[in-house]
Write a protein that binds this ligand. Sequence first.
Ligand SMILES: [Zn+2]
Length: 137
Amino acid sequence: MGRVFLVELQSRSFYKCRFCHTHLAPSDNILSWSFNCRRGRAYLFSDVVNITLGHQEDKMMLSGLHTVEDIFCVCCGQILGWKYVAAHDRNQKYKEGKFVLESTAILIHFSNRWRIAEATEELNLDACAGSSDADTP
Ligand SMILES: [Zn+2]
């Protein structure tokens, strides 16, 4: 087996594999939170990285017949969701080429840079409190 090259996401918050923490998609790539799958909630993404795709299959879903491919984590092989290859109903065409990740298979990650920014703000507040002390008689 060849070497696996992983894409590392640089965005402030992103989704990663729940099982091996491989980066999957920036939060900005979410198109919809209101999808459902057999195991609960699922999210629609415009693009996802570090995945492999299964065989094409026609599946009858709540919104009609779709041609889909299962999505697997490139690192641990866990099934994460599916990709819409083709929608047979005209109203569902917007999903073609998009990815669905099941909420039970992913975790959200917030980068440390964001936390440092919050800490700096707290320090500034302390400085203001200190100077207002001088006004007390
Ligand atoms: Zn994984």
